[in-house]
Write a protein that binds this ligand. Structure first.
Ligand code: SF4
Length: 349
C-alpha cells in the first residue's frame, strides 16, 4: 500500500514538473503572478486523470486560445482560434469531443461532425455576440434586404447561421466579403467588425454596401481610442495590437489588427520586443508561451464565459459525460447551419 502511494506521488511530482516547464513562464491572470510550483502540484493529479481518461474513453479535447493555459497546453489535443478549431472538428476521429470554449464553438463542432458526442464543460457558456441576434430578426432583415448576401460571423447560434448564406471567422471575413457577388452585404452580429469590413473594402477598392445588426464582444468593446493613446505614452516601445472586434477608432490607432491566429503570427514574426495586446488574457498566455523573450505589459481583459472552463469541469465532463453538458442541435438548424459553414470552407478556406 505504501509502495503504491509512493509510486502515485512520484508520478504526481513528475507531472507537476512537466506542468511547471509548460506554465512556469506564463501569467496566472487570476493572481497577477506567474504560475508557480504550488499551482502545478495542485493541478498535477487532475491533469494526469484527464489525460488517462481521454485514452480510456476515446475522447479528444479542443481548446480555444482564450481558455486558461493549464487547459490549452497541459491537456488539450488541439488548440486554436474559432477558424482553426472548426477545421479540426471536421477531422477528429475520436468518439467524444470535449470543447473548452463557449456554446457556439461547441455547437459548431457538433454541426460539423454530427456523429461525435460533443461536451461543453462550462455548461451553456454564452457569448455576448452570439446572444445579440435571433433567427427571427434575421428573417425580418431578409425581407428588408432581399438582394443582400447574408454573412454571419461564426460567433452566432446555429439558428442564425441557418438563416444566413455563409459563415465567416475573423481569419477569412475580408476575403469572403470581397469575393461575394452581391453588392449589398448584411453582416451579423458584430457591428464593430462590420465597420472594419467597410474600411477594408474601401482599401481594396471594392464597392460594397455593408449593413450590420447585432451587438459587440463584451471583452473587445471595452477599449476606447484614448486607451490606445495612454498605452502608447506608457509603453512607447510597444507594438499595439488588437482584434477587429474592437471599435474602428481603436483599430485605426493600432500597429496591427487581426484575427486571434493573425495576432499570434504577427507577434511571432515581429522583431519588436514588447507588445500591448488589446484582447483576451488567454491570447497573452499563448504569446508568452511562444515568445518567452518578448514582453507583454498587461492591457488584456478577461472573458468570464471562456474562463468558466477549468480543469475540474473538464475532468467531470470526461468522467461522467453529463447530459446537461452534451451539445444537441435541432436537425433543421444543424442542416441549415452546416450549409453556411460548408460555404465558408468553399469560399474562404
Ligand atoms: S471574448 Fe467576446 S467574442 Fe469571444 S466568447 Fe467572449 S464575449 Fe464572445
Amino acid at each position: 500500500m505504501s509502495a503504491g502511494v509512493n509510486i502515485a506521488s512520484k508520478e504526481t511530482q513528475r507531472e507537476a514538473e512537466r506542468l511547471f516547464k509548460i506554465l512556469g513562464g506564463l501569467t496566472d491572470f487570476k493572481k497577477g503572478t506567474k504560475y508557480d510550483m504550488a499551482f502545478c502540484l495542485s493541478a498535477a493529479s487532475i491533469t494526469l486523470e484527464i489525460n488517462r481518461l481521454k485514452k480510456q474513453k476515446n475522447a479528444v479535447i479542443l481548446a480555444h486560445y482564450y481558455s486558461a493555459p493549464d487547459i490549452v497546453y497541459a491537456v488539450a489535443d488541439y488548440r486554436g482560434d474559432s477558424y482553426a478549431l472548426s477545421k479540426t472538428a471536421a477531422k477528429v476521429m475520436e468518439n467524444i469531443i470535449i470543447f473548452s470554449g463557449v456554446y457556439f464553438m461547441a455547437e459548431t463542432a457538433k454541426i460539423i461532425n454530427p456523429r461525435k458526442r460533443v461536451f461543453l464543460p462550462a455548461v451553456f457558456a454564452g457569448c455576448s455576440l452570439a446572444d445579440s441576434i435571433s433567427a427571427a430578426q434575421v428573417k425580418e432583415l431578409r425581407v428588408k434586404y432581399p438582394l443582400a448576401d447574408f454573412i454571419c460571423y461564426i460567433n452566432s447560434t446555429a439558428e442564425v447561421k441557418a438563416e444566413c448564406d455563409v459563415c465567416v471567422t475573423s481569419a477569412n471575413v475580408y476575403d469572403i466579403v470581397a469575393g461575394s457577388k452581391a453588392k449589398q452585404i448584411v453582416f451579423l452580429p458584430d457591428v464593430f467588425m462590420a465597420d472594419n469590413i467597410r474600411v477594408e473594402m474601401l482599401k481594396r477598392g471594392i464597392d460594397k454596401e455593408i449593413f450590420s445588426f447585432g451587438g459587440t464582444c463584451c471583452v473587445h468593446d471595452k477599449y476606447a481610442a484614448q486607451d490606445v493613446n495612454a498605452i502608447r505614452s506608457k509603453y512607447p516601445q510597444a507594438k499595439v495590437v488588437c482584434h477587429p472586434e474592437c471599435a474602428l477608432p481603436v483599430c485605426q490607432l493600432c500597429d496591427y489588427v487581426g484575427s486571434t491566429g493573425g495576432m499570434l503570427k504577427y507577434v511571432r514574426e515581429s522583431s519588436a520586443r514588447q507588445f500591448a495586446v488589446l484582447s483576451e488574457d488567454g491570447i497573452i498566455n499563448c504569446m508568452e508561451y511562444e515568445n518567452p523573450s518578448k514582453q507583454f505589459p498587461r492591457v488584456s481583459r478577461t472573458c468570464a464565459q471562456m474562463k468558466r472552463n477549468n480543469l475540474h469541469n473538464i475532468l467531470a465532463a470526461l468522467r461522467n459525460l453529463p447530459h446537461e453538458a452534451e451539445v444537441k442541435v435541432e436537425d433543421a438548424a444543424a442542416k441549415g447551419a452546416k450549409k453556411a459553414i460548408d460555404k465558408m470552407f468553399e469560399r474562404g478556406a
